[in-house]
Design a protein around this ligand. Structure first.
Ligand code: HSE
Length: 379
């Protein structure tokens, strides 16, 4: 194994954690330089810095580029340039991989370099590695994941009495939330991650627009309190579901019966359930935060170091993407109002809530005085 000279694009939470871990425990890796917006900003780590990406992308001493900036268009350009300059690339950027992953992986294959992105989904949890290797030998049926720590944190804080605004501000302070947290709470961050999981798990290429996405902005403390009285709980879940010869991709606030492993996630931890013909596999661990994410980046660097040349898989196939068949849990908004008898599409009634399919329009919900969320369990 030869040592690697790394050029780092981005020195935020993940970039700084990466440099610290390398300096403390991996003396065989060398971070030569980091791209930053402002070299004068105070940082605890000591490393050469530049504001000019070309000083990293075209430095012949640098043979591996790590991109941890976030965003879409500039990272796309930088990753393309790094691969063309014969450098391997590791990125933690789910956005650039969800939008331009096919193009960038093709560029890596063409240049004979590697592009790895384990840290882009579920932070420190080695789920992409598991899907690429161990689970690639068995047909999968579905992948469900709680993939956004900010949403877990907000929902659990609201369950404990905090307001949405307070909980979001705290998630930002703790460094879980994106620079623009709209992507967290609106479900787009989870959509990007579930797309990346589906592409590997089901060997397909799909556009991000094919993920039917609903975030948590419509979930209130009142909803969570009502669900709690039924011994139910809610998390934002991304799902990729294979049925016969088509796939559905969706993100939605989803309800489960207590206890459920997804409902135990209160902070940055993520969990993924992969259901295959060999049974269900569970993966859980820290999905956000500098140290966990940097762990996956370093793991990718070691993978690249032990395998010379391109290991990126061949381009996948295309499958029809369809609307998921869904069941919903319905209950009255007003706890003093009883659930109307014989709701259209009613499949089951469990005390004060009912499971229905296919779900109600907003007009029907208003007419019956109901709230409705996706039901995550088999009926
Ligand atoms: N904003 C993301 C989250 C960071 O809250 O999970 C990790 O991708």
């Amino acid at each position: 194994m030869r040592s690697r000279t790394i050029g780092l694009l981005g020195l935020g939470t993940v970039g700084q954690a990466l440099v610290s871990i390398i300096q403390e425990v991996h003396p065989d890796l060398h971070v030569a330089k980091a791209l930053v917006r402002d070299v004068n900003r105070h940082r605890t780590i000591d490393i050469p810095m530049t504001t000019r990406p070309e000083e990293i992308l075209f430095d012949p001493e640098i043979d591996l580029v790590v991109e941890v900036t976030g965003g879409r268009e500039l990272p796309r350009q930088w990753i393309t340039q790094a691969l063309a300059a014969n450098k391997d690339v590791v990125t933690a950027n789910k956005e650039v991989m969800a939008y331009y992953g096919s193009e960038l992986l093709a560029a890596a294959r063409q240049s004979g370099r590697q592009l790895r992105y384990e840290a882009a989904v579920a932070g420190g949890v080695p789920i992409l590695d598991a899907l690429t290797h161990h689970l690639s030998v068995v047909p999968l049926r579905r992948i469900d994941g709680v993939l956004n720590g900010t949403c877990n944190f907000i929902l659990s804080q609201m369950e404990h009495g905090a307001s949405y605004t307070e909980a979001l501000a705290e998630a930002q302070r703790l460094g879980y939330a994106e620079a623009d947290p709209t992507a967290d709470v609106g479900g787009d961050d989870t959509a990007r991650k579930v797309l990346l999981l589906a592409q590997l798990g089901f060997h397909l290429e799909a556009a991000i627009e094919s993920v039917d996405t609903v975030g948590i902005t419509g979930v209130t403390a009142h909803h969570l309190a009502r669900l709690e009285t039924f011994h139910l709980g809610l998390r934002l879940v991304g799902s990729a579901i294979w049925d016969k010869d088509s796939l559905s991709l969706r993100v939605a606030p989803t309800v489960y019966r207590v206890p459920h492993p997804f409902l135990d996630l209160e902070g940055p931890d993520n969990a993924i359930r992969v259901v295959s013909q060999a049974g269900a596999f569970w993966f859980q661990g820290p999905g956000a935060g500098g140290y966990a994410t940097a762990t996956s980046v370093i793991s990718d660097i070691f993978r690249i170091r032990t395998h010379n040349g391109s290991l990126n898989p061949p381009p996948p196939g295309h499958y029809p993407i369809r609307q998921a068949t869904s069941r919903y849990v319905c209950f009255t908004h007003d706890p003093d109002q009883s659930l109307p008898l014989g709701l259209p599409g009613e499949l089951q009634r469990l005390g004060s809530y009912a499971i229905v399919a296919p779900g109600f329009s907003q007009e029907a919900l208003d007419e019956y005085g109901l709230c409705q969320f996706l039901w995550g369990e088999e009926t």
